[in-house]
Design a binder for this molecule. Structure first.
Ligand code: NAD
Ligand code: UDP
Ligand code: UDP
Length: 321
C-alpha cells in the first residue's frame, strides 16, 4: 500500500471533474481517502469540484489521459471519457483515443504500482441489444462503423485491454458496465435525455422527443451508481466483472417526458423529432450479479432522483446557466 503520510488510502479518479466523477470524489473524501482528481475539462468543469478545492485531501490535476501519467496511488477509478452522444461525437477520433490510449496508460500505471483499477464501461457495449434485459454474458450488437462506434467500440476495446492486463500481468481489475445514470451536475447542454427534458421543461421550451418515444431506458440515480462502484472496488480480488450497474426500472422515453413535465409543473408541449441513427430500442440491466456479488441494488426511485435533479437545474438556470 502506498498510503499517505497519515495512513489514508490514495485514490486516483480520472474524469473526476465530470458528472459521476465529481460525486465519486466527494464520496471518497467522506470515506477518509486522499483523492487525486485528473481531468482535461473536455466535458467536465472545475465548477463541479470547486467546493472540494479547499479540502487538504483533494488535489486537482489538468491532464489528458491519452498521455502518460505518473502519480503514486493505491487505487484508480478510470472515468475519463465524454459520455453523451453530443460530446463523444464532437471529436470521434479523440473519443476513441481517450478510451483506448487512456486505458493503456492507466493500466500501465496500475501495473507499475500494483494498484487496483476500475473501468467505467457502459451498457453501450451491448449496442442495440437483441437480448432483453441485458446480462453480462451477452456479447452485444454494435455497429462498428456507425456514429456511436467511436464510443461503443472504444469502450469494448478498453474492456479487452483490462482483461488482457489481468491475464498477462495479473492486475486487479474491476469492470463496471454502467447503464444510463442521471443526477445533479449533469452538463445542462450535453444533449442527454434527462438534462434536455428537465432544462426544456423548466424553461417552458418544447420537449424534444426523438422517434415515437417508445424506446426504453432504465435510469439510475448517481448516488446509487457511486455506491455500487465503490462496492465493486472493495470486492474480493477474484471479482473482476464485467458487472452491470444500473437501475432495472425500465420506462419509455415518452413516459420520462411526461414524468418530467408533471414534476416540474411545466406547460411545455412535446415536439417529435427524428430518431438518431443506431439509437438502441430498449435497454434494461439484469443486475442479478451485482445483487449476489456486491449485495447492491439501487435505492433511489426515479421520482425522488428526478426531483433532486430538477432542484439542481433550477439553480443552474437561476445562475444564468
Ligand atoms: P462526463 O462527461 O460528465 O464525465 C467525463 C469526464 O471525463 C469529464 O469531466 C471530461 O472532461 C473528462 N475527460 C474526457 N476526456 C478526457 C481525457 N482525454 N483526459 C482526461 N479527462 C477527460 O460523463 P459522466 O456521465 O460523468 O461519465 C463518466 C464515465 O462513466 C465515462 O467514462 C462514461 O463513459 C461512463 N458512463 C456514464 C454513463 C452515464 O449514464 N452517465 C453510462 C455509462 C458509462
Ligand atoms: N504508463 C504511465 N504511467 C506509469 C506507467 C506506465 O502512464 O506509471 C504508461 C506508459 O506510457 C505506457 C503505458 O502506460 O505507454 C503502458 O505501460 P506498460 O508498462 O503496460 O507497457 P510498456 O511501457 O511496455 O509499453
Ligand atoms: N432522447 C430524446 N430527446 C432528447 C434526447 C434524447 O428523445 O432530447 C432519446 C434518445 O433518442 C434515446 C434516449 O432518449 O432514445 C436516451 O438518450 P441519451 O442520449 O440520454 O442516452 P443513450 O441513447 O446513450 O442511452
Amino acid at each position: 500500500m502506498r498510503q499517505d503520510y497519515f495512513g489514508r488510502k490514495r485514490v486516483l479518479v480520472t474524469g473526476g471533474a465530470g458528472f459521476i466523477g465529481s460525486h465519486l470524489c466527494e464520496r471518497l473524501l467522506r470515506e477518509g481517502c486522499e483523492v487525486v482528481c485528473v481531468d482535461n475539462f473536455f466535458s467536465g468543469t472545475r465548477a463541479n469540484v470547486t467546493h472540494l478545492l479547499e479540502n487538504r485531501d483533494f488535489e486537482l490535476i489538468r491532464h489528458d489521459v491519452t498521455f502518460p501519467l505518473y502519480v503514486e496511488v493505491d487505487e484508480i477509478y478510470n472515468l475519463a471519457c465524454p459520455a453523451s452522444p453530443v460530446h463523444y461525437q464532437h471529436d470521434p477520433v479523440q473519443t476513441t483515443k481517450t478510451s483506448v490510449h487512456g486505458a493503456i496508460n492507466l493500466l500501465g500505471l496500475a501495473k507499475r504500482l500494483d494498484a487496483r483499477i476500475y473501468q467505467a464501461s457502459t451498457s453501450e457495449v451491448y449496442g442495440d441489444p437483441t437480448v432483453h434485459p441485458q446480462t453480462e454474458d451477452y456479447w452485444g450488437n454494435v455497429n462498428p462503423i456507425g456514429p456511436r462506434a467511436c464510443y461503443d467500440e472504444a469502450k469494448r476495446c478498453a474492456e479487452t485491454l483490462f482483461f488482457d492486463y489481468r491475464r498477462q500481468h495479473g492486475l486487479g481489475i474491476k469492470v463496471a458496465r454502467i447503464f444510463n445514470t442521471y443526477g445533479p451536475r449533469m452538463h445542462p447542454r450535453d444533449g442527454r435525455v434527462v438534462s434536455n427534458f428537465v432544462m426544456q421543461a423548466l424553461q417552458g421550451h418544447p420537449i424534444t422527443l426523438y422517434g415515437d418515444g417508445s424506446q426504453t431506458r432504465s435510469f439510475c440515480y448517481v448516488d446509487d451508481l457511486v455506491e455500487g462502484s465503490m462496492r465493486l472496488m472493495e470486492s474480493p480480488d477474484g471479482v473482476t466483472g464485467p458487472i452491470n450497474l444500473g437501475n432495472p426500472a425500465e420506462c419509455t422515453v415518452l413516459e420520462l417526458a411526461e414524468t418530467v413535465i408533471r414534476l416540474t409543473g411545466s406547460t411545455s408541449r412535446i415536439e417529435y423529432r427524428p430518431l438518431p441513427e443506431d439509437d438502441p430500442k430498449q435497454r434494461r440491466p439484469d443486475i442479478t450479479r451485482a445483487r449476489e456479488v456486491l449485495d447492491w441494488q439501487p435505492a433511489v426511485s426515479l421520482e425522488d432522483g428526478l426531483t433532486r435533479t430538477v432542484e439542481y437545474f433550477r439553480h443552474v438556470i437561476a445562475a444564468g446557466g
